[in-house]
Design a protein. Structure first.
Length: 260
């Protein structure tokens, strides 16, 4: 349950610090999936503690002009959301990967050792999420409808177990054990804004001349983003491709256009 005495700003400060630390780990070549787990746990913790930084819901509150839900003036919230879009344009979808609590709980659930389902495809989820984003805006701006509340995002993190919506999002989280990040990939409205930014990010994962074309990174990628023709809009910087790569230095996180 969210502790009201702790300001939501604590979650935002955590988001900034976590993003900076993760960007440094990637830039320095020290990022590993094992090192990502504490960030995932901390992000999930802040989600339950103060319901922040839950970026999709903050965007929902902004669309609904709900300053009370944001616990901050609307211009401040808008500036914060825009700042992370700019950061994504520089460093990629670190926010989605390990910082946002909604993504973190799904990523942690996907670590459960059960058989995985779903084809690693990047185009279809992008198209679906774009359509959902249009519905999200129309419902919020035209009908003042809180779609993410209906999906159960706030009820889940507030542990409102008496609510039907709590079990809707719980079902999504449980589904993520076998289907990679269903909420992030098909529903999240903030992800619909971050994906185009990530596809043009200044720092990206890319293959070097050391690549032997074995395809292991493509098979390891749960979103299909490792396929050269796919682009990196759906890359959550989870690290699976780098972990699977058998050649040291064949897949690196570097600035676009920089020669190794």
């Amino acid at each position: 349950m969210v502790i009201e005495s702790i300001p939501k700003a604590a979650g935002f400060v955590y988001g900034i610090l976590a993003f900076a630390a993760l960007a440094w780990l990637w830039h320095s070549g020290r990022f590993t999936r094992r090192r990502a787990v504490p960030f995932l746990a901390a992000s999930a913790f802040f989600g339950f503690l103060v319901f922040a930084p839950v970026f999709p819901y903050q965007l929902q509150a902004l669309v609904l002009n709900d300053a009370a839900a944001l616990a901050s003036p609307l211009p401040t919230a808008l500036a914060g959301l825009l700042a992370f879009i700019v950061l994504t344009l520089v460093f990629g979808r670190i926010v989605c990967g390990q910082v946002c609590p909604a993504g973190a709980v799904q990523e942690l659930m996907h670590l459960v050792p059960v058989a995985k389902r779903g084809r690693a495809e990047s185009r279809v989820p992008t198209a679906v999420r774009a359509a959902v984003f249009v519905v999200f805006l129309a419902a919020g701006l035209g009908l003042s409808a809180n779609l993410l509340a209906l999906v159960g995002l706030p009820a889940f993190f507030n542990l409102t177990v008496a609510s039907v919506s709590f079990f809707i999002f719980l079902g999504i989280v449980l589904l993520s054990a076998v289907v990679y990040r269903p909420f992030c990939r098909y529903v999240c409205p903030y992800g619909a804004l971050l994906a185009p930014a990530a596809s043009k990010a200044l720092y990206r994962l890319r293959r070097t001349d050391a690549c032997i074309g074995c395809g292991k990174c493509e098979r390891a990628c749960p979103t299909g983003a490792a396929t050269p023709a796919a682009g990196l809009g759906e890359c959550y910087l989870c690290g699976r491709c780098v972990e699977a790569c058998p050649v040291d230095g064949a897949l690196t996180y570097t600035r676009v256009g920089r020669e190794e």
